[in-house]
Design a protein around this ligand. Structure first.
Ligand code: ZN
Ligand code: MN
Length: 148
């Protein structure tokens, strides 16, 4: 499950292979969406992916971005972060649950890398008797840019 050290190209190939295995056609536009997701460290929204691609793909529609993301969701190849007051954001680099640090001013979302949840999770399972299979852990604050 730990693919923290995956390079953008490895992630791109993993996503491509998974979609091909499930017989989804890889159109140039779908490929472009995967490419953004594999390379973007800032948890883009559907709208920001669309905006980023519009220059090179003038016929790209929001619907194409949505559909591609939905395919990835079906295949478990993307992590969706839902918010009540922001657009959904997506992590294609790490498609499994992990903690996030979120700026309440500008909406920047970062992955803290030095946080090992394994020990906490094990203690929780011991204490509660639950078999824990997932989590959602968000830390809110002000990012360095907004602090200036
Ligand atoms: Zn900020
Ligand atoms: Mn993330």
């Amino acid at each position: 499950m730990d693919s923290t050290n995956n390079t953008p190209n490895m992630r791109l190939n993993q996503m491509l292979e998974r979609l091909k295995e499930s017989d989804f056609r890889i159109t140039p536009q779908r490929y472009a969406v995967l490419h953004v997701l594999a390379n973007s460290p800032d948890h883009p929204s559907v709208e920001s992916i669309h905006a980023e691609l519009l220059d090179n793909y003038p016929t790209m529609s929001l619907a194409t971005v949505y559909k591609t993301i939905n395919l990835l969701k079906q295949e478990g190849e993307i992590l969706e972060l839902e918010f009540s007051d922001l657009s959904n954001r997506y992590d294609g680099k790490k498609p499994y649950p992990h903690p996030h640090v979120i700026c309440t001013k500008c909406g920047k979302i970062t992955d803290p890398s030095q946080l090992n949840l394994e020990e906490i999770t094990n203690k929780m399972m011991e204490e509660t008797g639950f078999k824990i299979v997932s989590h959602r852990l968000d830390f809110y604050g002000i990012c360095p840019n907004c602090l200036e």
